[in-house]
Design a protein around this ligand. Structure first.
Ligand code: SF4
Length: 384
């Protein structure tokens, strides 16, 4: 498949790995920001191929995972109303709220529908003018343009029965919050390529300078990720901290000007709570006052719902790179993809789901050695 298979080439991957191994002289910790990158890394075992001491920390870039519990509870309250058709992408239906999820609301008679685009929800609103149609607009900068387009379309069609429950978050403020944490171990970032395809690169140089970290815009296929790692460790070994674009086939410095113009018209910056992390100033978007009539939170008066995160789930530590999923006591026992306690186990991009799905039950670097030891071909050695 064009732009996929050629980025899986084993010979080229071996060459990049040789370069990384020849470059690294001391331990480094890089954070891959995006959950899609995390899945690619775990699926292809990239972290297990890196030289000892070069660690990949899994970042907060999974939109389902960071949607706060209180926003799920607001969605559940709206979806339970008899006049509402609640539309969402499928992976939000199993995210647990305080006492149930959207599947439970649906099985209790709620009209909850899976859609593949926010424009599908607009079309449902057009065809059913006697129902209130609400779209659950979550995600990062990547999904925001489609959501503002849906609101635009609803206004153009004169729809008064369409609204959006907006829970949009932005990556650069989260990267800054991670760097400001006293527990932060991140020394460089693999930035999320698809976010940058919308937003461009302009937000990143101040972060790289302020926190003295290389930021390499990286794609999602194995060669993309290895190239992002290679560039980051070259910078780290030279004491540099620049922004580099290692994903030029999708990302331009200026981003997507048409999408940016529409985002600036429909959204305004807003403080947002991140699941397990807490409130980060200006880390998301809300509908601008001129578009307030499409705001489901306002229309259904659910702004007062506040919820505490459960203590047993440590997804906040996972999302900040302070804990690997298998280090959570509930991993694989109390918490599995069938019985998720947290969003990082529900979402297809969640780090906990990636570790469970790809049977990553031990720290990176030990699995192959342990397997060899179990087969009697090598003695297991402690991880250094
Ligand atoms: S394994 Fe489950 S309980 Fe533990 S952090 Fe992940 S989602 Fe939360």
């Amino acid at each position: 498949m064009k732009y996929i298979e050629e980025f899986h080439d084993p010979g080229l991957a071996a060459g990049l790995l040789d370069d990384i191994r020849a470059t690294v002289t001391r331990p480094w910790a890089l954070m891959e920001v995006c959950g899609g990158q995390t899945h690619s890394i775990i699926r292809h075992g990239i972290d297990q191929l890196l030289p000892d001491g070069l660690e990949l920390i899994h970042g907060p870039g999974c939109p389902v995972c960071v949607t706060p519990l209180e926003m799920i509870d607001k969605a559940l309250a709206i979806a339970s109303r008899p006049e509402v058709v609640f539309c969402s992408f499928g992976d939000m239906l199993r995210v647990p709220g305080t006492d149930r999820d959207l599947f439970r609301v649906k099985s209790a008679g709620g009209d909850v529908r899976v859609v593949y685009s926010p424009l599908d929800a607009v079309e449902i609103a057009r065809r059913t003018p006697d129902r209130e149609v609400v779209f659950f607009g979550i995600g990062f900068e990547t999904t925001a343009p489609a959501n503002v387009m849906a609101v635009h379309q609803a206004r153009r069609l004169g729809l008064r029965n369409f609204s959006m429950l907006v829970s949009h978050v932005r990556v650069p403020p989260a990267m800054e919050a991670i760097m400001r944490s006293p527990e932060c171990r991140v020394q460089g970032f693999l930035a999320a390529g698809h976010v940058c395809s919308v937003m461009g690169l302009t937000e990143y140089p101040p972060l790289a300078q302020r926190y003295r970290v290389p930021i390499v815009v990286t794609g999602f296929e194995p060669l993309d990720i290895l190239e992002g790692i290679r560039r980051a460790v070259h910078q780290l070994e030279r004491g540099e901290h620049r922004v580099e674009n290692a994903y030029p086939r999708a990302v331009r410095d200026e981003g997507n000007p048409a999408a940016l113009a529409m985002l600036a018209e429909v959204f305004v910056p807003a403080d947002r709570a991140w699941r397990g992390i807490g409130r980060i100033p200006d880390s998301g978007w809300s509908l601008a006052p001129a578009w307030r009539s499409f705001d489901a939170e306002h229309r259904f008066q659910v702004g007062g719902i506040t919820t505490e995160e459960p203590e047993v789930c440590r997804s906040g530590d996972v999302l900040q790179g302070l804990l690997k999923p298998h280090e959570c006591e509930a991993f694989g026992t109390l918490c599995t993809p069938r019985t998720p306690l947290g969003a990082t186990m529900v979402s297809s991009e969640g780090a906990c789901a990636a570790y469970y799905h790809y049977r990553r039950l031990q720290p990176a670097g030990t699995t192959a050695r342990a397997a060899q030891a179990a087969a009697g071909t090598e003695e297991a050695t402690p991880v250094g």
